[in-house]
Design a protein around this ligand. Structure first.
Ligand SMILES: Nc1ncnc2c1ncn2[C@@H]1O[C@H](COP(=O)(O)OP(=O)(O)OP(=O)(O)O)[C@@H](O)[C@H]1O
Ligand SMILES: [Mg+2]
Length: 275
């Protein structure tokens, strides 16, 4: 167990009704590693992240995080579902940031960040507040503790969401397309925070369409399609020299979309529809 990677997933399967969404995923992520997941819509990327932190139960296979079997107890090869309280405890170790910043709208930035440490981890308020201010500083929002989410830009809200996840001192951070709901000019500030987090040694799994981020920050890129891992490896190698036809097709399509966005930002009157 001691030399198990931080995330160790073995033959994970998951269906919704007749639709098998994960068809036997094997995935290891080492401590401190940054892994970017790419793949077309519906390929199972979100589902896999949700299985890691037990927002979904799995049908087959096993997932360990930091040596702990997620969601189940193994008694002589037979799996028994853990009590909700135990699952909740496991999930506290994992931070998740979604596409849409799901902050509490009626709480200030500071209240959003200290809520879980106080309610769930029973930290005292002064301690949690000090830590929240530190985290706000880290994500470049030290002037915003009293603001309400609606008063912030999407990029600022997403940075608060990251600070809020970090306030629980997670072992692992999962990001599900954290920049894809943002206006293009706000993407960079969120990616910068994520890059710093990676540099500090956080273990991260990031579903993203940001190729430059994947190429420059990830230690490994994983390409998923149809519920399987089609290929994975060094980011430059997978992105610049993919081996599989499905990866090539996907990357070509991403490239075209990217060029259209760049053109639309540069020339707002003649966006993608006109080109
Ligand atoms: N709760 C659910 N109930 C039924 N089907 C679901 C559910 N969640 C996901 N699916 C289906 O599982 C498949 C994979 O979905 P998933 O969200 O994991 O894909 P994805 O790779 O994250 O796609 P995207 O890039 O669009 O976010 C899809 O066919 C989707 O419709
Ligand atoms: Mg998704």
């Amino acid at each position: 167990m001691a030399d198990m990677p931080l995330v160790h997933a073995v033959n994970v399967t998951k269906s919704f009704g007749d639709n098998q969404v994960l068809k036997g995923i094997d995935m290891d992520v080492s401590k401190g590693e940054v892994v970017c997941f790419l793949g077309p819509s519906g390929s199972g990327k979100t589902t896999f992240l949700r299985c890691i932190n037990q927002l979904e139960t799995i049908d087959g296979g096993r997932i360990w995080v930091d040596g702990e079997l997620m969601g189940y107890q193994d008694k002589g090869g037979q799996l028994y579902r853990l009590h909700d309280k135990e699952v909740a405890r496991q999930r506290r170790e994992i931070g998740m940031v979604f596409q849409r910043f799901n902050l509490f709208p009626h709480k200030t930035v500071l209240e959003n960040i200290i809520e879980a440490p106080i309610q769930v981890k029973k930290e005292n308020k002064a301690e949690a507040t000090a830590r929240a201010n530190e985290l706000l500083d880290r994500v470049g929002l030290s002037d915003k503790p009293a603001a309400y989410p609606a008063q912030l830009s999407g990029g600022q809200q997403q940075r608060v969401a990251i600070a809020r996840a970090l306030a629980m001192r997670p072992k692992l951070m999962l990001f599900d397309e954290p920049t894809s709901a943002l206006d293009p000019e706000l993407v960079g500030e969120v990616l910068t925070v994520m890059r710093e987090l990676a540099d500090e040694g956080m273990t991260m799994i990031v579903v993203t369409h940001e190729m430059a981020f994947a190429r420059d920050v990830a230690d490994r890129v994983v390409f998923m399609d149809g519920g399987v891992v089609v290929e994975q490896g060094d980011p430059r190698q997978v992105i610049s020299n993919p081996q599989h036809e499905r990866t090539k097709t996907f990357l070509r399509r991403m490239q075209t979309e990217h060029e259209q966005i760049v053109a639309a930002v540069a020339d707002p009157l003649h966006g993608p529809r006109d080109s």
